[in-house]
Design a protein around this ligand. Structure first.
Ligand SMILES: [Mg+2]
Length: 142
C-alpha cells in the first residue's frame, strides 16, 4: 500500500516538475532509435517533432493539441463541404455563446462565458477549420 502511494507521489512530483520546467538545458542525440533529446532538469525525453512543437507559440500548440484530441475522438473526417459547414457553424456558435455570455447585459448562462471559455471555443473553432482544410486537401485537391 505505502509502496504504491510512494510511487504515485513520485509520479506526481515528476509531472509537476515537467510542467514547471522550461526545458532550457537539453542533451541532444540521446541514445535511442531514433535519437531524441533529454531535458537535464526534468528528465523528459523529446522527439524532433516534439521539440519543433515546443518552439511554437502556445496558441499554435494548443490548436494542434485540439486537432489531435478531435482525431482521437472522431477519427479522420471526410465530409462534403456542406456537412463541414454545419460542423464549423456549430463550433463558431459555441464561441458566439461564450462571447455573448461574457458581454450581453441579459446573459442567462454566465458560466459559459469568460476568458477561459472564449479561448477554448476559439481554439476548437480554429482546429475544426484546420480539419476542414485537411479534408479538402485529401479529397478535393486536383
Ligand atoms: Mg466547442
Amino acid at each position: 500500500m505505502n509502496h504504491d502511494l510512494d510511487r504515485d507521489i513520485q509520479k506526481l512530483e515528476k509531472l509537476l516538475k515537467q510542467k514547471k520546467c522550461q526545458h532550457k538545458r537539453l542533451e541532444h542525440g540521446y541514445a535511442s532509435n531514433p535519437p531524441c533529446s533529454r531535458c537535464l532538469d526534468c528528465g523528459s525525453y523529446f522527439t524532433k517533432k516534439q521539440l519543433e512543437r515546443l518552439a511554437m507559440p502556445d496558441v499554435i500548440q494548443d490548436v494542434l493539441k485540439e486537432r489531435e484530441r478531435q482525431d482521437r475522438k472522431w477519427g479522420e473526417q471526410n465530409h462534403l463541404p456542406p456537412y463541414w459547414l454545419g460542423i464549423i457553424t456549430e463550433e463558431v456558435g459555441e464561441l458566439a455563446q461564450a462571447i455573448n455570455e461574457t458581454y450581453l447585459f441579459n446573459a442567462r448562462e454566465r458560466e459559459k462565458g469568460g476568458y477561459k471559455n472564449m479561448r477554448t471555443e476559439a481554439i476548437q473553432s480554429a482546429a475544426v477549420l484546420i480539419a476542414f482544410v485537411e479534408c479538402l486537401d485529401r479529397n478535393w485537391k486536383d
